[in-house]
Design a protein around this ligand. Sequence first.
Ligand code: RIB
Length: 302
Amino acid sequence: MPLPIINFGSCCIDHVYSVDHFVHPGETLPCAHYEVHPGGKGLNQSIALAKAGAQVVHAGRIGQDGTWLSNLLRAHKVDTHLLLVDEDPTGHANIQVSDSGENAIVLFGGANRKITPDDVDLVLAEAQRGQFILLQNEISSLDYLVEQALKKDLRVVLNAAPMGNNIKELPLTDLDLLFINEIEGEALTGATEPEGILNILKASIPDTGVVLTLGQQGSIYQRGEVQTEQRSALVDVVDSTGAGDTFTGFFLASYQREVSIQDCLRSASLAAGISVTRKGAASSIPETRELDNAVQSLTARS
Ligand code: RIB
């Protein structure tokens, strides 16, 4: 039995507004449809990992208003004993979703930004050499967390979202896996095309497995000279929020099981493809059994 994957990440309450266009500066935009969903890249990825069959311990911070999020994690069999509850409000996101399924997000970190080096030490005290730890860029003390996790010889997996200058300062060369999309890839390398992004990363971080997601254009895994590509399923996009989180969770769960990289990419891409056909982030993540049906019903072009 592999050790559980530690996901040290954000939990958010997502306030989702359906709009026909994103609000312009100075404009007041009426919205006919509003929903509240569970979210935060950390929580979404923990649920995706769990749905993909991995054992997960979620570490992080929420406020009293976020206990329904920890209940939800537990309902998905995610271990929450390292998810601290205190007086700071839970992080929240204000998300506009357009008719074409694109989103624009304003994020308030709340308790996610109250994570301290002491919290990190508490969590890592339980970690064992070789254990996977998954991270995103929505919590405080990320630099200390990466440094200490590497010091303990954990296998550090980073989803570089949302991109920030702090990501460039991290020891990316020592990560096991780095998940980026094209925008994050451009911010890291200056290159605008997938080929340019991957060429630069091959030279700068040759030992790190880079997973570049390209939305409807598919995804590419690269480690050194080895590259594996996967096309995306063709779907009608309703809401793309959380698609990257779904992809990351399904990929990592398969990767931990040591299946082929092509299979990791295939299941991640199918799961993300299903998630964008539904509203919400965590709420849109499919069950594993749905992937089998999807292979038949979606036009998977791999
Ligand atoms: O990746 C999607 C997530 O980003 C949303 O659930 C929102 O909370 C933001 O953190």
